[in-house]
Every structure is written in structure tokens, then in C-alpha cells.
Write a protein that binds this ligand. Structure first.
Ligand SMILES: C[S@@+](CC[C@H](N)C(=O)[O-])C[C@H]1O[C@@H](n2cnc3c(N)ncnc32)[C@H](O)[C@@H]1O
Length: 268
């Protein structure tokens, strides 16, 4: 899943995303992002690239009945699941670089774990900034770079040994926005004032090291290139490399470092 086109997933895949990826990785970041962005009762918030809607759902509880939440994603499959899980939220299909809203429609635009997949990140940021009122915020959450990842760093190194250099680039999309300086520059270049840029250590939880390996590979283009033998070797390698993060019950609690950045729209 490296580009916009790759995200045209089926409802079945989106259900899997909601059942597996969201609880394992993404759910814990939504309240962190909402906290850092200062989401409060009565606000109007857009969840940009909402996927199955974990941020929108979290924020809906916080803005309450006097607030307004809209979830936007390019992918109808993701939106179908979002609608099933929370029919009360306004879910819209749109590209984040062409949001169907007037200037200044929202108090905040939040975008969790998606910026790295946008083909035109500056355009996406400018568009998120456009739909936020002066004084409002754009809040982003992305995984930190691979050299800041105590579990995923060694995992990718192992995958490269097993599956060749190609594995590095195929598994690299998730970590591609993880340089704090570059991220700050991207946000400033969109005309926003960076008021917060922090890193946060979360935990990705899986039933086993093999499950983490499967999730990583199946969520990346590597799944179409890897041989059955290499996939088996990669599962075995995951057991070794993730041993420090594997409990006596066999489950994995892998540290996952994320970056959170808040850009304020000037004026207001
Ligand atoms: C890893 S998921 C994250 C989803 C959600 N924010 C979460 O935290 O669970 C990335 C999402 O970005 C969406 N996406 C990718 N490119 C997009 C674009 N150009 N416009 C809108 N959504 C996009 C995908 O469809 C996918 O749902």
C-alpha cells in the first residue's frame, strides 16, 4: 500500500483493516492526536484519509452533540466499513488534495498515519489548511523514521537479508515521513505555523511475531513479490528479531514511535 491507487481495497480488506490493523496499531494514536490538537466540545473537525474512521469516532465523542465531524477518504471500501461501524458520522469520498468543502469550514483537520501515502504531500497539506479557519489547526500523526524504531528497524533489516534489497523499499512507505525536520518544513511550506512537533512511543500488539510479519508483508507491495520460501524464512526471522518484545504467552508488544505535528492556520 504505497500509493493512492494501491488503496482501492475491497470491503473485505477494509473489514480486515478494521478488525486487525486498527486494534493492533492505529487505535491508540487517535486519542493522542486529538489531545495534542486540542479537540474540544463544539468543534468542527475533518478526519482526512479517515480509513475505517478511528480518528473520526474518537473525535465525535469529544466534540459532542454541538460539534461536527466529517470523515473523508478516497477509498469506498474503507468508507463502507466506517459507515457500518458508526452510521451517525458524515462520511465522504474525496481525494485529500480536493476536499469538497469551503475555505475555513473546520476548526481542525486531523490526518492520522496517511500522509506518507499521498503522492503529492504539499498539495494535501495546503488543502487541509485551506478548509481550516484562521486560528484553527492541522494535526498530523506519522510513524517516525525506521532508525528510530526499536522493533520495526531490526525487522526490516532482517527482511532485507531474507528477501533482498527490494524488501527495503517495498516495506519503507510507512516510515517515509518520519524525519521531524522534513515534516516541520513540509507543514511550514503549506503556510502553517508549527506550534507542536513531538514524538510519542506507542505499542503495536500482535498475537505472535509471525502475525506481525504477516501483517507487515500483506500490508505492503512485498506480498506480490516474495516467494513462499522467503515468506517462511521471514516468519522464522521475525521470531528471532522480535524475541525482546515477545512475552511468555507468545504475544508481541512492539514499540512503535510516532511523530505528531500541529500546524496553526495564521490569523484568527
Ligand atoms: C493507513 S490508512 C490510515 C487510515 C486512518 N487514518 C487510521 O488511522 O486508521 C491510510 C488511508 O489513507 C487513504 N488515502 C490514501 N491516499 C488518499 C488520498 N489521496 N485522499 C484521501 N485518502 C487517501 C487510504 O484510502 C487509507 O484509508
Amino acid at each position: 500500500m504505497t500509493t493512492t491507487e494501491d488503496f482501492q481495497v475491497s470491503v473485505e480488506t477494509a473489514e480486515l483493516y478494521e478488525a486487525v490493523f486498527v486494534p493492533a496499531i492505529f487505535a491508540e494514536w487517535a486519542p493522542v492526536l486529538a489531545d495534542v490538537a486540542g479537540t474540544a466540545p463544539g468543534q468542527a473537525v475533518i478526519d482526512a484519509a479517515c480509513g475505517t474512521g478511528i480518528v473520526a469516532r474518537t473525535v465525535a465523542d469529544r466534540v459532542g452533540p454541538t460539534g461536527r465531524v466529517v470523515g473523508v477518504d478516497l477509498n469506498p471500501g474503507m468508507l463502507a466499513v466506517a459507515r457500518r461501524v458508526h452510521p451517525g458520522i458524515d462520511w465522504r469520498q474525496a481525494d485529500v488534495t480536493a476536499l469538497p468543502f469551503d475555505d475555513g469550514s473546520f476548526d481542525a483537520a486531523l490526518c492520522q498515519m496517511a500522509l506518507m501515502f499521498f503522492p503529492d504531500r504539499p498539495a494535501a497539506l495546503r488543502e487541509m489548511a485551506r478548509v481550516v479557519r484562521p486560528g484553527g489547526v492541522v494535526g498530523l500523526c506519522v510513524p517516525a523514521a525506521l532508525d528510530q524504531q526499536p522493533a520495526y528497524g531490526p525487522f526490516v533489516e532482517m527482511a532485507v537479508e531474507v528477501a533482498g534489497q527490494e524488501a527495503r523499499s517495498l516495506l519503507s512507505a510507512y516510515w517515509s515521513c518520519g524525519d521531524p525536520e522534513e515534516l516541520g518544513t513540509l507543514v511550514r511550506d503549506a503556510g502553517l505555523d508549527v506550534v507542536e512537533l513531538q514524538s510519542h512511543l506507542g505499542t503495536a500488539r500482535f498475537g505472535s511475531p509471525e502475525e506481525l510479519a504477516e501483517t507487515e508483508v500483506r500490508g505492503s507491495p512485498l506480498v506480490d513479490r516474495i516467494t513462499a520460501e522467503a515468506f517462511a524464512a521471514l516468519r522464522a526471522g521475525a521470531r528471532d528479531v522480535l524475541r525482546p518484545f515477545t512475552g511468555v504467552d507468545g504475544t508481541v508488544a512492539a514499540p512503535l514511535r510516532g511523530l505528531l505535528v500541529i500546524g496553526r492556520v495564521p490569523g484568527g
